[in-house]
Design a protein around this ligand. Structure first.
Ligand code: B12
Ligand code: SF4
Length: 350
């Protein structure tokens, strides 16, 4: 089977009325690269269409023709199945793409997956008849199983995480099993990643955040199962990216890379001990999960940037407001310190 996976559009400006949307930075669709690798490992063909890349190189325009041109590019790949990745800020555009595809090819199944649709699968299937299937949550295990179901080898009812329509009603199978052993995943199919990354790559370091901030979907999405790849797997992936793709900068993708300080420290120590492993890396953090000593060793091990999630900064009345104020003060203190002390300045100018 030939599966075409379509990345979500990364636009800025969608939230500003009358502003012209512009393409955000080109970022590798890491989830789709991982799914493409498991599709290929299970004997099928995978293709990735990244509309962001196509716009950037001028093959697709970001105007009225966007939907038609993107679907033409998808159909040119002669798919047996089309899977769209979804994010909240571009969900409406993804739906238009799927609608157009169904209008042109009614027999081609439209599959949606990713962070947004995983939480609105029932509503989506109930309201939009051109969507056939939703695979919720992590899909490295469920997608190959779904392809077997599409081939008629197993019933849909046996695919964890699948939502679909049956006899006019939306059926919601039990949740998918999170990938327990991330080391067992094949390396992402970076050979399908077509744009010039200029040495910048990313690695899915682990999944699941141990916290459960009310406004954030991540802990539910990954079922609060905090998992990390082993050091051997990570070093192997870094070396593979360096040898095959000349990676010089790597984003360690994890919602909260610094959730476990002991683990971060041990990883940094390992990176410092490795021979010929020079590269710059960045990661995500929360100000209450780092301290000077940790930042120092991270800097020595090659960390050049941190993306801080600031979870509260409003003021108001009552205890909650005091908490937010304390959090805000703490943030300001840490951010000032990180900007002014040796860490970022010294490291960035190295
Ligand atoms: C790195 C990251 C970014 C990067 C790069 C984004 C990118 N396009 O890759 C940057 C910093 C640019 C970014 C920006 C934003 N992000 Co962001 N980001 C992440 C983060 C931390 C990791 C993404 C990742 O690579 N994960 C690892 C891979 C393996 O997982 P995955 O992509 O989810 O894919 C798996 C499944 O979703 C599924 N799947 C995915 N696609 C498909 C498709 C099919 C067909 C199927 C079957 C399955 C499937 O299978 C994959 C393998 O298991 C996630 C949180 C997280 N931990 O996932 C947030 C996250 C995706 N971001 C989020 C948001 C909201 C944003 C912004 C909208 C924030 C904002 N207000 O500006 C912007 C939008 C960017 C844009 N311009 O459009 C939300 C999305 C919530 C939602 N309901 O959609 C998340 C989940 C964070 C959160 N906790 O809420 N982001
Ligand atoms: S700490 Fe960050 S990733 Fe974790 S639940 Fe809170 S906002 Fe989400």
């Amino acid at each position: 089977m030939r599966v075409v996976l379509v990345a979500n559009l990364n636009l800025s400006g969608l939230q500003v009325r009358q502003a012209e949307p512009v393409l955000d930075s080109l970022v590798p669709p890491l989830g789709l690269l991982s799914l493409a690798a498991v599709i290929q490992a299970s004997g099928h063909q995978a293709v990735i269409i990244d509309p962001n890349y196509e716009i950037d190189r001028g093959a697709i325009s970001l105007g009225r023709e966007f939907v038609a041109q993107t679907i033409d590019a998808v159909l040119a790949e002669k798919p047996d199945l089309v899977g769209f990745s979804t994010m909240c800020n571009s969900f409406h555009i993804t739906l238009r793409l799927a609608e157009r595809l169904k209008a042109l090819c009614p027999d081609l199944a439209n599959l949606l997956g990713g962070p947004q649709v995983s939480f609105v699968d029932q509503e989506t299937l109930a309201v939009f008849p051109f969507i056939d299937f939703v695979l919720r949550g992590e899909a490295e295990t469920s997608l190959p199983a779904f392809l077997r179901a599409l081939d008629g080898l197993v019933p849909y009812a046996q695919i964890p995480g699948l939502s679909y329509r049956s006899a006019g009603a939306v059926v919601r199978n039990p949740p998918p099993l999170p990938v327990d052993d991330l080391d067992a995943l094949p390396f992402p199919a970076w050979h399908l990643f077509r744009y010039d990354a200029q040495g910048a790559y990313s690695i899915d370091v682990g999944r699941g955040c141990p916290f459960a901030c009310k406004f954030c979907s991540t802990s539910s999405f990954f079922q609060r199962r905090f998992r990390l790849k082993s050091f051997d797997r990570l070093i192997g992936e870094i070396r593979w990216l360096q040898q095959n793709y000349h990676a010089t900068a790597i984003t360690f993708v994890h919602d909260l890379f610094t959730a476990n300080r002991k683990w971060v420290r041990a990883l940094c120590e390992r990176l410092l001990r490795e021979d010929n492993l020079q590269f710059a890396w960045s990661a995500s953090a929360r100000i209450d999960t780092v301290d000077e000593a940790l930042l120092d060793i991270m800097g020595r091990a090659g960390c050049r940037a941190l993306f801080y999630g600031i979870t509260a900064a409003a003021t108001g009345r009552g205890e909650a407001a005091k908490d937010r104020q304390r959090c805000s003060d703490h943030c300001s203190h840490h951010l000032r310190r990180d900007r002014s002390d040796a860490f970022l300045h010294r490291r960035l100018s190295d």
